[in-house]
Design a protein. Structure first.
Length: 48
């Protein structure tokens, strides 16, 4: 993961974590997420 993406995820982690359900958290722990996957998750959360 590049520095910009990691910084973005760190800055937004609180709101991302707060908006995930328990099952989504479990999925994230077991799946390897690419930069693109992370971007899609963040975009989806921001649209809510």
């Amino acid at each position: 993961m590049d520095k910009d993406n990691s910084r973005f995820l760190l800055q937004n982690f609180g709101s991302i974590a707060a908006s995930l359900t328990a099952s989504e958290k479990e999925l994230m722990e077991t799946e390897y997420l690419t930069n693109d996957d992370c971007r899609k998750i963040i975009e989806a959360i921001n649209l809510q």
